[in-house]
Design a protein around this ligand. Structure first.
Ligand code: ZN
Length: 238
């Protein structure tokens, strides 16, 4: 799955196409199991030459992300299905736009309703990195609102990615759609999946860290521990 611009039309028989469909089915299920997306939505896609392999519509709500390789659709760059049954998700416009605009930098695109990132989406809050593992993604921006199925959302996400496209070849570039979820493009599918999990872990750390700092539970328990130990030491001396 090279990020080089394709020189000729890719054949559906290309073994890399089947490999990508297999990998997408596996990763999509893994995302659901790890709460990196939910039954309501998400999409995983990978470009192989001039073809885009992508999860079908209703993969979460009707299939609970139990997909076989043959369930993963294959489309041309204009989102016309060339192999596979079913429809392309209405949310997939962003995928094709990112493959079109940034295909020379990366081949893996993921849209995820990742549990911890959803808190940032729900509150339209940009997310700064708080882990060594997420510094490379910088602050994840929140784009202007547009409905999930709209061309405008694809427009807004592509603009946010364009301003940080150097990150794609390094690993991935991401943006948050307000009240919705995460979109990112990675140098390949492995990098994209890895980025979704890193970014969701980063969100978790911020959320839990706030809990820790605004609560005096820790101070109380430390004081209690000190008192218990001092009591014990005191009783040992007598
Ligand atoms: Zn969605």
């Amino acid at each position: 799955m090279s990020a080089e611009p394709p020189t000729s039309t890719t054949s559906i028989q290309d073994p890399e196409v089947w490999a990508a469909r297999t990998k997408i089915a596996t990763l999509a299920h893994l995302m659901f199991e790890r709460r990196l997306t939910d039954a309501a939505g998400g999409n995983v896609s990978a470009r192989v030459g001039t073809l885009v392999c992508i999860t079908p519509r209703f993969a979460g709500s009707r299939r609970q992300w139990n997909l076989r390789a043959e369930d993963v659709l294959v489309a041309d760059m204009e989102a016309n299905i060339v192999e596979g049954k079913g429809d392309i998700s209405r949310e997939a416009k962003v995928h094709f736009r990112l493959h079109h605009d940034f295909g020379h930098l990366g081949t893996g695109v993921i849209h995820a309703h990742a549990r911890n990132v959803l808190v940032f989406a729900a509150t339209a809050t940009p997310m700064p990195p708080v882990l060594e593992a997420t510094r490379k993604f910088g602050e994840i921006p929140v784009v202007k609102y547009a409905a999930a199925h709209s061309h405008l959302l694809a427009e807004n996400i592509a603009a946010a990615i364009a301003s940080q496209q150097a990150r794609i070849a390094g690993h991935a570039a991401a943006a948050i759609a307000p009240y919705h979820g995460l979109f990112l493009i990675g140098r390949d599918l492995d990098a994209a999946f890895d980025a979704v999990e890193r970014i969701d872990n980063n969100a978790y750390c911020i959320l839990m860290g706030k809990q820790l700092m605004s609560s005096d539970l820790l101070a109380e328990s430390r004081a209690k521990m000190e008192a218990t130990i001092l009591d014990f030491e005191h009783s040992e001396k007598h």
